[in-house]
Design a protein around this ligand. Sequence first.
Ligand code: ZN
Length: 397
Amino acid sequence: MPDEPKGGLARRDFMIASFATVGASVALAAGSKEVNAQETSAPPADASSGTTYTGEVIQGKKVVSALDVNDLEPGQKHFLYFQGVQMPTGQFWYVSVMVAKGAKPGKRCVLTSGVHGDEMSSIHTVQTVMNQLDPAEMSGTVMAVTDVSRPALESMQRRWPNQGRGIDLVDMNRVWPGNENDITAPSRHAGLLFNRLLRPNADFAIDFHTGTTGFEVAAFNIAEMDVPEIKAMADLYPVGQIFNNPTYPSVLHNAFNAAGIPSFCPEIGAARHLDLEMIALFVEGTTNVLKHHGIIAGPMGRTGKDVTVFVGNSAFPILATEGGIVEHLVKLNDKVEAGQKVAIQRNSFGEVVAEYTSGVTGEVTGQRSDVMSEPGNPLVFILFNQQGPDDAETYPE
Ligand SMILES: [Zn+2]
């Protein structure tokens, strides 16, 4: 959710890239593989043309290290584990893969959630869509992975606890498309998933998120509305806001877009709990998208035409200037004017130490839900339309 400035991110990526070039070809003990840290992240040429079963079965589910949904029996649902990166113990981080393979051929959809480990409503949305599918009636395939960042999910926290130099919390939505030979396990995990599971099976893809722990968001889609294929899908959701912004290149939905696979990112309320009312809106929208692509039949449900949708291209962050207890004066989805007071903050004596006003006219799209705040924390994001180039440094995700 609230995040570091784009400039800081770029500098960090540059530092990592520089470090990676120091790595040399390392010859290891007999029986091990020679590893070249400078190998590219390019997948094997046959990554999209085959399924590799490891021969293992976990809790009744077969394990794959590469998947082509064309190899699966039509007219059925399939439940598999995909073998991700290794843990320090030498075991693997497996992720759960559901495939609804239609009886008839058609487009292939990929749904993902759990890139951040505290975003529960996104997982429930994907599971609900999958549970409603009847492969016997489908033309095409829907594949879902609900637990992309397994280590983060195990403790229901946003970031992956990487073991590189002591525990380092890695935001897995800043590493896509990953690199199977990178210097961190999360990037390798992303590379394995993207090259051998997600990209080869997607004609279009949707990566579901929510706000993050301590900061809740309204129901909205992050979608590049000047791309017709993406706009056509985002318009099919009966939710009140669209954030029309390209956002960071290293998020999963942009890795799909860079690979020529139209993709966008729904945001479903607060982290850590299930918002069943909001989930229903995104299930309806996603079902509409599957109908739009001919994978399932039937009349459209409610779409963006049935609600009032506010489309903004920028998110204005209001940052805490003091420490203290924050009291919001507006709610999610409220319209606010430039100069309107949106929050106050009190110290431990109950004295008002800060009053916060919006710098723009727009709609409230995110609010800090943890009441205590340090200086610097985003307290409110206002979705608005910026004229000219986008210099917003943060956005809700
Ligand atoms: Zn997220």
